[in-house]
Design a protein around this ligand. Structure first.
Ligand SMILES: [Zn+2]
Length: 352
């Protein structure tokens, strides 16, 4: 545990569910984990005891895992041992990232049930899974080059990843039910309020149950790592950092003892402390960027050693580039930095 995690309370300590098994965290709320083929090697998913309109008992699934045989096999174990013999009644997805929506197509077909997701993320997921250009590939490589990531090996790898999303999300259900901020879902015996968050995904939905004292935070609030807040090639002048900070600030309205169920890491209490930590983290990163840009003009790539003081693989480098651009855009769009396009086609930022 790092020193910030010591300020949080992990009620289940080091316990994590075995593959294909669950841990009950609150009445009718079960925690499961699926593997991921990244440095971030797992995602947490949730089962909520549910009842359909006809009064049939069953389960709602929250988030899915990526599409591969191992995740399907782990789900079959869950179906066999962890559902008390009851069916899945719906699939809820917090946002469009592959580890969350990946297997929604298979789960909804397997059980003949509806996908519930925000309209923005459903559209973004459909587009990303079907696009042959515009996600990764040439456009992403050109965008990264314009921000100084010109290393030929990195450029070649980014160009080669044109169907990266589709490998993990080959399909998205053709129909969905829309989740909107403020919607209240009756899931089993409890109400869950949808809370939209921005800056990480287009329209991320977290779910809060007042009666259970539980927040399914998705990727908006994570206990150990900071949520990825990135600018990507589709919206080069995006300003996601203030959106993210505002979204998590709004979660201060929830009770301080709320049990937070994050998509990565372990369930914890200390929501307000964690929000304060994340605000402090980004304030520090913004101060680092201000300092570097006051010394000399900077590109997003030249800031990587300032923002990330560790070695990064390509997957992490593209995320880190997105984060670096997000911090630069925040200061540029707030009027603190100016930016200019050099003869070499690279954008540089400097203090106004
Ligand atoms: Zn995500």
């Amino acid at each position: 545990m790092n020193h910030l995690e010591h300020q949080l309370d992990y009620p289940w300590g080091e316990a994590v569910p075995e593959p294909g098994r669950t841990i009950e965290l609150a009445p009718g709320v079960r925690w499961l984990r699926m593997g991921l083929p990244f440095a971030l090697d797992h995602i947490n998913l949730w089962l909520l005891r549910d009842r359909d309109e006809a009064g049939r008992e069953g389960w709602a699934i929250v988030d899915c895992g990526i599409t591969n045989d191992a995740t399907r096999a782990a789900w079959e174990q869950v179906f066999a041992h962890e559902l008390d013999g009851l069916p899945v009644l719906r699939v809820i997805v917090t946002h469009m990232h592959p580890d969350h929506v990946g297997l929604a197509h298979w789960l909804t077909e397997r059980w003949g049930v509806r996908l519930w997701i925000s309209a923005t993320d459903w559209n973004a997921a459909r587009m990303a899974s079907q696009a042959t250009t515009g996600f990764g590939g040439e456009t992403a490589a050109a965008f990264m080059a314009s921000h100084g990531l010109t290393d030929p090996a990195a450029q070649a790898k980014i160009r080669a990843r044109s169907n990266y999303y589709a490998t993990m999300v080959p399909q998205v259900p053709r129909q969905f039910r829309r989740l909107l901020c403020g919607d209240v879902l009756r899931i089993g015996d409890h109400d869950w309020t949808c809370l939209a968050g921005h800056g990480h995904a287009p329209e991320h939905i977290s779910l809060h149950s007042e009666s259970l004292g539980v927040l399914i935070s998705g990727d908006m609030v994570l206990p150990r790592i900071s949520t990825n807040v990135s600018v990507i090639d589709l919206e080069p002048e995006a300003n996601p950092l203030p959106l993210y900070l505002r979204s998590i600030a709004a979660l201060r309205a929830l009770p301080p003892d709320t049990l937070v169920l994050p998509s990565h890491g372990k369930p914890f209490r200390g929501l307000h402390e964690r929000i304060a930590q994340l605000h402090a983290h980004h304030d520090e990163r913004l101060a680092d960027v201000r300092g570097a840009c006051a010394r000399e003009p900077q590109t997003a790539a030249s800031l990587l050693p300032v923002l990330f003081r560790r070695a990064l693989d390509l997957h992490q480098t593209t995320f880190a580039m997105g984060e670096s651009i997000a911090h630069l855009n925040a200061l540029w769009l707030a009027g603190e930095l100016s930016r200019s396009l050099g003869d070499d086609g690279v954008i540089r930022f400097q203090t106004r």
